[in-house]
Design a protein around this ligand. Sequence first.
Ligand code: BES
Ligand code: MN
Ligand code: ZN
Length: 491
Amino acid sequence: MTDVIRPAFTELDLEAIGGLKGRVVVLSEGGTKMDKGARRVNRLMRGALARCVESEAFDKLKPGQSTTLSYPGGMDAKSVEVIKIAPKMTPEIARKVGGTIGKVLTGEEVTLLGGSERLLDQVALAATLRAYAFNAHKTGEAAEVKPASLTVMVNSTDAYAASVDGIVAVAEGVFLTRDLVNEPANILTTTEFADRAKALEELGVKVEVLEEADLEKLGMRALLGVGQGSESPSKVVVMQWNGGEAGTKPLALVGKGVVFDTGGISIKPAGGMEDMTMDMGGAGVVTGVMKLLASRKAKANVVGLIGLVENMPDGKAQRPGDIVTTMKGDKVEVINTDAEGRMVLCDVLWYAQERFEPVGIVDLATLTGACIIALGHENAGVFSNDDDFCKTFLKAAETEEEGAWRLPLGAGYDKALESTKADFKHVGGRPAGATTAAQFLQRFIKDGTPWIHLDIAGVADLKTATTLAPKGATGWGVRALNRMIADTYEG
Ligand code: BES
Ligand code: MN
Ligand code: ZN
């Protein structure tokens, strides 16, 4: 797995500043105000820092943006990076500052002179998250980048002593998700994915892998139908973290794990098909959250279930027009084999309820292109049958700055799923495509079970870097779900 940089918080040591190697980071609101650390840097640099932060150019920077002074005279450091902050540190600014630090956190020592600034743990977490790089398949120089280090010098380490383990746990959960999503489909087969989930046993997660014969016995024909054209066997992985009170029903997290989505017989166009390596993004988030909960020994009972399949065209592949029987017993007419995600989820959702009677279910899936058309890459689509449950999630997502926007469900949309031959069909055409997919899933949620469906097609994997991630897999949702679990299930 991609290594997480473990940040260190140390007491501010003014005498050490001149001898620091690598990059020294100073925070400044601009103007003449300077804390002890900055004053020392300024003295060593014979006033260059003051000239920088009092300049018109620095005044124009927004919080989180920075300017770099290279090879500062009077210091051993390679550079002094000055990051703009605002008079009041907020979580948003802390993330931006951390993102700026993390963006170039490769192969060097970085020391942040944090002093008595607030939210430095958030800064460190953001830097750690942004420093992610997926180099698993690079050879030569790129593969040999030395690990970086991040030291935060603070006036008092007391407030931060306990936060390092928490920062590392979050980063390791997010990195696991990102690694899974970034991994190509020839490496991350259904079997390899199950093996990586199995590795969570080391942290105390109970992991079971249900094989095709087991799924057949359970009657999961909808899920098996999607995978029947692939050489990779379909699997369902069940991960249980029982950190809460014995006997309390768990929260269930359910993820779509299509390791590659060609569209099947309803094959996708060639352009951009390579992006469909990320179609296991929902399963990736579920697995990352399970790791995070176990790493921080969360006091909650949570079960993660992922449906792992590959959607391929083949002589054995499912056809449009096929009618399959779900585990629940409903017969479904397959119209378009590219609408495979819902066929995987419906069986795993049903199994989750039959076996665990969960207090709530959150499913995550890179489910529809329609959701991207509706919300772009800023927000995941949120669908729910329970306003209170939904609000708890939306609040957690907002706190973590993970974009999430509620979209409607409604009986009126059911008309689109009517079938002449079977109980219903699985697609409803182009209008409200994200909602009709959710409406299909809702048929597999028992009355009275609070449920949230997250369509993460637009947010799981991005073509541009963000504050907290380089381009590629984002790990969207890991932090929001972790926070929701901490806030609502851990008293
Ligand atoms: N995996 C795709 C959805 C998707 C598209 C995810 C783009 C990420 C980026 C899903 O299986 C799919 O193909 N959905 C179809 C459904 C349609 C056939 C009803 C879609 O959205 O076009
Ligand atoms: Mn598809
Ligand atoms: Zn798909």
